[in-house]
Ligand binder design. Structure first.
Ligand code: SAM
Length: 230
């Protein structure tokens, strides 16, 4: 059985059963292999913009004997995916801005895709905002800690969505509504960090600066998020 990190297991578990998967930025190819082994998906297209990762994915795929059901494709984002080829697209372990670019550039190629599983590594609020305002509906969110690092991932379906509130873009509407315990830990950690930053700014006579206002606004949002837990 292919061993994969807790992060990748939790992200893979968001993939709908029975879907033909396109894994963008597959690197080692671990996620499609794991999903094939579990019988969750019938087939996968593992894509990456770099040849090195694809070679690694090929080695792993061949070791597990999935040549017939796991195709490897050199592709910048969704460029080499043909409309109708995949039911679910998974993009994990990439920065938020790159992910948004891939979603934006891949509109034509992703026709027929009925689910998106996304695990951005940075600028997660921007990814949520992009989805909600560009014809995607976020239907599930998860949050976890793996080897001391916080990760968030989401499942989105094509469709119109009501706009979210700012605090929901920042921390995740469903995570807040679920009073997610990992999100609570994250909010508490952020509060400690930003209290320290604010007191340093005050000590350095930077009260009233743009940075100070930014930090204060973020701390207000943290308090607003903590209210969900009362
Ligand atoms: N998805 C795996 C995970 O979550 O562990 C691997 C993440 S790895 C950090 C990022 C992978 O994305 C690399 O293999 C990189 O080559 C690939 N990548 C970066 N930009 C890409 C793009 N525009 N299109 C496709 N793959 C890309």
């Amino acid at each position: 059985m292919q061993k994969i990190s807790d992060r990748l297991i939790r992200v893979a578990e968001l993939v709908p059963e029975g879907s033909r998967l396109a894994d963008v930025g597959t690197d080692h190819g671990y996620v499609p292999i794991w999903l094939l082994e579990k019988g969750i998906i019938p087939s996968a297209i593992a894509m990456d913009v770099n040849r090195g990762p694809l070679l690694r994915a090929r080695e792993n795929r061949d070791r597990y004997g999935y040549q017939k059901v796991m195709e490897l494709r050199l592709s910048n984002g969704l460029e080499k995916l043909r409309p109708g080829e995949a039911d679910t697209v998974l993009i994990a372990g990439m920065g938020g801005p790159l992910m948004i670019q891939i979603l934006e550039d891949g509109r034509e190629n992703s026709q027929g895709v009925s689910a998106w599983v996304l695990q951005p590594q940075s600028e997660i609020p921007s990814v949520r905002r992009y989805l909600i305002t560009h014809g995607f509906n976020i239907v599930d969110e998860i949050m976890l800690i793996d080897e001391g690092k916080y990760y968030m991932a989401m499942k989105a379906l094509p469709g119109e969505a009501e706009p979210w509130e700012d605090v929901e873009y920042l921390f995740g509407k469903y995570l807040l509504e679920q009073r997610h315990p990992v999100l609570k830990k994250f909010l508490e950690k952020e509060k400690r960090i930003y209290l320290r930053i604010l007191s340093q700014l005050t000590e350095n006579h930077q009260s009233g600066t743009a940075r100070c206002e930014e930090v204060t606004a973020y701390m207000t949002a943290l308090d607003r998020a903590m209210e969900y837990y009362k």
